[in-house]
Design a protein around this ligand. Structure first.
Ligand code: G3P
Ligand code: CA
Length: 269
C-alpha cells in the first residue's frame, strides 16, 4: 500500500491490521504484528495506554482482565486497570494464553518494544491514543517515544505513521506539538461539523456502520491541515462482501481483524 496521504480516488484502500491481526493472534502483542507481517500486511493498528509508574504500553482495554491472567497473578488487587499496575508487575502477566495455548508467554508490550518490532518488520503504524483523558501528558510522552525511535523523521513520517484517537483534544495537542504527523479522528461527526475537524485532522475514521456515499463524499470534499483532501479509514471490516461494499464507496483505508481477507478481496476485484 502507498502512504496514507497518497490514497486517493481510484486507488484501492490501504489495508490496516486491527490490533495487529486480532482474528489470528492475541491482540496488541508482538505475535499479532508478526502474524500481520507474515500475511504481508504493511499497516498495523494498536492502542496505547499508561502504567501506574508512567510507562506507555500497548493494550486496548483500560482493564488488564480480558486479555491477561492478571486475576490469577494478582488475585487480591482491588482494580485490574492498567493504570493501577507498575510496568514490572505488568511484565509478569501472560497476554497470550487467553487467545490460545501456543501464544503462552506473550507479554503486554511496552510502546518502545512494540515500535522496534514494527520497525524491524518494515511495517507502518496506525497508533491510537486510547482514553488519553486518563493519562495527562500522554500525547507529549508518546511523541517523545516516537521521536526517540526515529518515527518523526520528516522524510518518512507521512508514509509510515498515523496517530488516531476518539479524543479530539488529544489530536489537537498532537497536531500542535508535531504538525507533520498525519492525524485521524475516530468517530463519525455530523457532516456539518466536519470542517472543524479538518483544522487538525487529516482523516476521519468512522465505524463502518456510519459509512455512506454521502459521508465519504463529505469527508473527501474537505482539505486537512496538510492541504491534502481528508481521507476516511473505516473499521472493522472482516469479510469479502463488506470489503467490496466499502471499497466501492471509495474509502481510503480498511481496518480489519482479518486483513488478509480484505487484501485478497481487493486483489481479486
Ligand atoms: O482503529 C479503529 C478501532 O481500533 C477503534 O475501535 O475499540 O477497536 O479501539 P477500538
Ligand atoms: Ca483501536
Amino acid at each position: 500500500p502507498g502512504g496514507a496521504q497518497a490514497a486517493s480516488h481510484g486507488h484501492p484502500p490501504v489495508v490496516v491490521g486491527h490490533r495487529g491481526a486480532a482474528a489470528y493472534a492475541p491482540e496488541n502483542t508482538l505475535a499479532s504484528i508478526d502474524t500481520a507481517r507474515r500475511l504481508g500486511i504493511a499497516w498495523v493498528e494498536n492502542d496505547v495506554q499508561r502504567t501506574k509508574d508512567g510507562k506507555l504500553v500497548v493494550l486496548h482495554d483500560t482493564s488488564l482482565a480480558r486479555t491477561t491472567d492478571v486475576k490469577k497473578v494478582f488475585p487480591h488487587r482491588s482494580s485490574w486497570n492498567v493504570g493501577a499496575f507498575t510496568l514490572r508487575e505488568i511484565e509478569k502477566l501472560d497476554a497470550g494464553s487467553w487467545f490460545g495455548a501456543k501464544f503462552k508467554g506473550e507479554r503486554v508490550p511496552t510502546l518502545q518494544r512494540y515500535l522496534k518490532e514494527v520497525d524491524h518488520n518494515g511495517q507502518r503504524l496506525l497508533m491510537e491514543l486510547k482514553n488519553p483523558e486518563l493519562y495527562p501528558g500522554v500525547e507529549r510522552q508518546a511523541l517523545r517515544e516516537l521521536d526517540h525511535d526515529g518515527w518523526l523523521d520528516r522524510r518518512h513520517i507521512k508514509h509510515r505513521l498515523i496517530v488516531q484517537s476518539f479524543n479530539a483534544d488529544a489530536l489537537k495537542k498532537v497536531h500542535r506539538l508535531a504538525p507533520a504527523i498525519t492525524t485521524g479522528y475516530l468517530g463519525s461527526p455530523p457532516v456539518a461539523d466536519l470542517p472543524k475537524y479538518a483544522k487538525f485532522c487529516d482523516q476521519i475514521n468512522p465505524p463502518h456502520t456510519a459509512v455512506t456515499q454521502r459521508y465519504v463524499n463529505a469527508v473527501h470534499a474537505l482539505q486537512g491541515p496538510h492541504h491534502y483532501r481528508l481521507d476516511l479509514f473505516t473499521w472493522t471490516v472482516d469479510d469479502g462482501p463488506s470489503t467490496a461494499k466499502y471499497a466501492g464507496l471509495g474509502v481510503d483505508g480498511i481496518i480489519s481483524n482479518k486483513p488478509d481477507v480484505v487484501r485478497d478481496t481487493l486483489d481479486d476485484s
